[in-house]
Ligand binder design. Sequence first.
Ligand SMILES: [Fe+2]
Ligand SMILES: [Fe+2]
Length: 472
Amino acid sequence: MAGIDYSSLIPNNVSLHENRRLQRALEDWQPKFLEWWQDMGPLGFQAKETYLRTAVSVDAKGWAQFDYVRMPEYRWGIFLAEPEPGRQVNFGDHKGQPAWQEVPGEYRGTLRRLIVTQGDTEPASVEQQRHLGRTCPSLYDLRNIFQVNVEEGRHLWAMVYLLDAHFGRDGREESEALLQRRSGDADKPRILGAFNEKTPDWLSFFMFCFFTDRDGKYQLASLAESGFDPLSRTCRFMLTEEAHHMFVGEAGIMRIVQRACELMREHKSDDLRKHGGIDLPTIQRYLNFHCSVSLDLFGSEISTNAANFYTLGLKGRFEETKKTDDHLLKQATYPVAELDGERIVTRDEPALVSLNERLRDDYVADCARGVARWNEVIRKHGIDFELTLPHRAFHRAIGSFAEVRVAPDGRIVSQAEWDARHRDWLPTEDDKEYIQSLMQPVVEPGKFASWIAPPARGVNGLAVDFEYVRLG
Ligand SMILES: [Fe+2]
Ligand SMILES: [Fe+2]
């Protein structure tokens, strides 16, 4: 079961050949996906051989194989984690019942919406990143972004499989629509705000992987708890791939921070723009932006939708089954940050409607661990500077803080103070222009752009100067 059937047109470990109707639906969708990939996937590199990882089995060890492949020939397919024998619905009103192998009729609409919303983010990020190959800081980084891109393409396959297998004609229509929306398009935008933002440069890309992909990790982790077993198994396998995206983001920023520190020491100056580096305050402003738009993805602090998803057994908490409470939460409360006139206060709210905020808390704690590792690099260089996460109320467009202006330190400020100070807090036109000026491609094996340090090691035990993408 763990093995993947690569002999069929669509690689899979779900015995696709036994379900002709589904097989035909997916084989009909496959050329449309490839057309989308050609139109919206990485621009200018489709014919180049790239050293990529392909999943060959879903068990814990040895599920990946590395080799050169041209991206359009990547074996996208359908891979679910192994079933857990006797798995039950582990929370909500159906707690203790056997996990569902088919969608409970009354939950069809709700579940479809959840799957479509997750699925829409996958192609969106590929679209956002499609121009970045042309300005890569190294072949190593070029390979990494392509790895992320093909895996996001596979995540789209994962969601389309669920839609086609379990939602009949509605599902097939949604599968088509996932290929028709476009990131940033005024007429047919992607569903969520952060996935319509531009990713115009590599600093933004690494921040996106660190902050926005990490939202994906937390959404997938709570969907992996779902009582709808095929969704749970799909998400569990996606999470193994997602871990690499987190790594690309965290390690990318860490290398930029390291380079900044090296340049500061070498030139005994904070002004790195003369020396082709990215100064720490600029990194902080990009961090503030990407963190705040990613916090919005978790939705409103108080949400009856979130309560319903939980009560119906569709979407759990992060690490639901590791928690030792009643998994019903009808009597429980949860502390939620709220606006109270001119102040931000914390109040206990019913736990069920606070589930978005709880997931956001798990996410913020995870982000903070990464930021601490970046600060460790700065500290080791003996430099007196600390990167910080902005307050959760800063620069929000969704939830109760959307209506006020808040400084990164959590102070509510007047519009006048915001107007006077926001250039210190968010990337300015100047910053963007400077970062753009750094985006010159470096494609000689083992060479790196001036603003980023080489990684400590290469991919899959290979040297840093390995030819990860054959451009010749
Ligand atoms: Fe993904
Ligand atoms: Fe991802």
